[in-house]
Design a protein around this ligand. Structure first.
Ligand code: FAD
Length: 289
């Protein structure tokens, strides 16, 4: 099923994310995670491509497995280090696996090698390459501005270009202050970006990791959030309770304010998704989903 149809008419949508196994790592644990996540009946599940050490070659297989569990899959695809030939190979694998949705991303430059000649410089180039395909296309956006872009207005201009090239929806980078998202959404609508914007929520269950991730991505940590990490960050069970509660509260506030599409960065932790979905059970049961 295409994600643009899942989101049509502003229907409530809660999606999850999974990393494929690293190179040479076994598939079984990731498949078990997919099975557990699928039992929560997410609207769709996205499968990363080369992020957090996940092997790019395994994205199509895991996305195919997600669909065999009855959940539509969104396969991430990056283009910065791709050639037209390698891209054609990836697209063929995705088609073979029955995938209908692609998240078009630039990716980050490898530290140790230059991109191959003829590379795609920006995600918009990938969107242009795929716009005549039958895939439903999504892209990334940044409520706190992409770290390489000096001005939010320019970053939104680049996003508009990407959307005009053929995106059907966009998913945001994580944020921990919903007001940042609301202001960003208003700016996007002002600048004529009208596609559905899926709010990306990261449940934080590991205090040490999050400080590093936020420093790299430029994500603002509200003082209420910092207090949680300071107090519970080195106690895993406490941090799990607090992180699940914080993410749940963010999601309820988004729903209450009319944002109907939420993507949970589940980070291969099914127990986190299960606890958040249990907290939302009554809300989701009464919603049109
Ligand atoms: P782009 O849209 O190309 O933007 C990158 C930068 O270039 C921005 O600063 C933008 O303002 C600027 N720019 C864009 N177009 C132009 C232009 N025409 N001229 C000048 N400047 C321009 N990474 C992975 O490796 N694998 C994943 O699976 C993955 N999944 C992700 C999922 C989400 C929801 C998000 C938010 C990010 C994900 N990433 C992933 C990270 C992503 O690859 C990086 O954030 C990357 O740095 C930018 O990717 P992009 O697609 O946003 O790039």
């Amino acid at each position: 099923m295409k994600i643009k149809d899942i989101l049509a008419g502003g229907r409530t949508s809660v999606s999850f994310e999974i990393f494929p196994p690293r190179k040479d790592a076994p598939f079984a644990p990731v498949k078990e995670t997919v099975r557990r996540l699928a039992r929560q009946r997410p609207s769709f599940m996205s499968v990363t491509y080369g992020a957090a050490g996940g092997a790019k070659a395994n994205t199509a297989d895991i996305a195919g497995f997600v669909q065999s569990c009855g959940v539509p899959a969104l396969a991430h695809l990056t283009c910065l280090t791709a050639t037209r030939e390698s891209l054609a190979g990836e697209i063929a694998s995705l088609r073979k696996a029955g995938i209908e949705n692609i998240l078009c991303l630039r990716g980050d430059a490898p530290k140790d090698s230059a991109p191959p000649p003829g590379y795609f410089a920006h995600a918009v180039d990938l969107v242009r390459a795929l716009r005549r395909s039958r895939f439903c296309l999504g892209g990334a956006c940044y409520p706190e501005c992409h770290p390489e872009c000096a001005h939010m207005e320019d970053d939104i201009g680049h996003l508009r270009e990407k959307v005009d090239a053929g995106l059907d929806f966009v998913t945001t980078q994580m944020f921990f202050d919903n007001n940042i998202f609301y202001r960003y959404l208003a700016k996007l609508r002002d600048r004529g970006v009208t596609v559905p914007v899926i709010a990306g929520i990261m449940p934080v269950t590991n205090g040490t990791q999050i400080a590093r991730i936020c420093a790299l991505s430029g994500t603002y940590l509200p003082s209420r959030f910092k207090a949680i990490v300071d107090r519970f960050g080195d106690r895993p069970a406490a941090m799990m309770d607090a992180g699940v509660a914080y993410a749940t509260e963010q999601i309820i506030d988004l729903f209450a304010n009319g944002v109907n599409a939420v993507h949970i960065y589940t980070m291969n932790k099914p127990e986190v998704a299960e606890r958040i979905m249990a907290n939302l059970r009554g809300i989701l049961a009464s919603d049109d989903r």
